[in-house]
Ligand binder design. Structure first.
Ligand code: FES
Length: 346
């Protein structure tokens, strides 16, 4: 940021707001509580700048500070920070020339050359006091670049010729209407609209073709819902068990106490043992004899496809049926497998 100093000499000793500005000052101060009126420092500085021929003298800043009961230094800080406040005299028509990229790409440098030629260096005031200029950052009218702001108004789509003409008119005391300087409406394409130009878009004829709006409520009774047969309810067993497959292994009836402890097969806990018993499977020898189609049937019945093979029930059952032990059965016998204990068993 450039160092900004105010012009002590040019400001004289005193400043007073114009009487017609007082209602505007009152308007701004009414926005803030009495103990927060310093919040109005920017609007009041802006009004002071307007009443002081477009720039802020040191007495004008002091007047604002007095009105807001602020230390002078606080007002100086604000005034020297914001470039919207000018700290030295300007011409009656002060030109702020945008030099930011969009305007620069569209010819702002050529406009700068015009200002330098017609007015002089930045912030120089012409001898007649009518013109001065400075370069500023984007003024938010990039679509109409290049552009300048003169006092409160924008002059857009400029060329060196059009700016030269504007400056000449202002210097001669003539008014110049602000806005665009090419054949366009606001920010519309030069020469007029290039799209959406069909007359029927605007004469109402297209809307006649629209018979109804998609969601327009209708007085007509709603069409009956087509009746579709309700899907058959699935029973729990149908949803959890695939269709019957395989071949049921031979089932047995054994006297109480003659059944084997199928929980000594890794993968068979109390729940599966009960289910297997209910199907007539009590003995290791029965499980050891299951063929692949028997296994498919059992897995289908118990709804655990692939588990018999994955957990190697058949090999375990063969070992146990032969009166031998598996590492798992030893652990079960030692009471180390919680999941193999019957309910209530320690
Ligand atoms: S760059 Fe010039 S107005 Fe935005």
């Amino acid at each position: 940021m450039a160092l900004r100093r105010f012009d002590i000499e040019a400001g004289g000793d005193s400043f007073a707001f114009l009487p017609e500005t007082e209602p505007t000052i009152a308007f701004w101060l009414a926005k803030y509580p009495d103990d927060k009126k310093r919040s109005g420092v920017i609007p009041l500085l802006w009004l002071a700048q307007k009443d002081n021929a477009g720039w802020l003298s040191e007495p004008a800043m002091r007047e604002v500070a007095d009105r807001l009961e602020m230390p002078y230094i606080r007002v100086y800080e604000v005034a020297t920070f914001y470039t919207m406040f000018r700290l030295q005299p300007v011409g009656k028509h002060h030109i702020q020339l945008c030099g930011t990229t969009p305007c620069m790409l569209r010819g702002a440098n050529d406009l700068k050359t015009v200002c330098e030629a017609k007015i002089g260096p930045k912030m120089h005031v012409t001898d007649d006091g009518r013109l001065s200029w400075e370069e500023v950052e984007c003024l938010g009218a990039c679509v109409n670049a290049p552009m300048v702001q003169i006092n409160d108004y924008y002059y857009e789509d400029l060329t060196p010729d059009s700016l030269t003409e504007i400056l000449a008119k202002l210097q001669n005391g003539a008014d110049v209407k602000p806005g665009t300087f090419i054949d366009r409406l606001n920010s519309a394409p030069e020469g007029g609209a290039k799209s959406l130009v069909e007359a029927e878009l605007y004469d109402g004829s297209r809307s006649k073709a629209v018979k109804t709006l998609p969601n327009l409520p209708s007085d007509a009774p709603a069409p009956a819902e087509p009746k579709t047969p309700a899907p058959a309810k699935k029973t729990l067993i149908e949803t959890t068990k695939p269709a019957a497959t395989g071949e049921k292994p031979e089932a047995l009836k054994v006297a109480a106490g003659e059944e084997d402890d199928l929980k000594r097969i890794k993968g068979i806990g109390p729940v599966n043992e009960t289910a297997l018993n209910a199907l007539g499977f009590y003995k290791f020898s029965q499980v050891a004899a299951w063929t692949p189609v028997n296994i498919a049937w059992v897995e289908n019945e118990l709804s655990f496809p692939g588990r018999v093979e994955r957990e190697d029930w058949i090999a375990q059952a063969k070992t146990l049926a032969a009166g031998e032990e598996t590492a798992f059965s030893k652990r079960v016998d030692a009471g180390e497998v919680e999941s193999s204990k019957d309910e209530g068993e320690d």
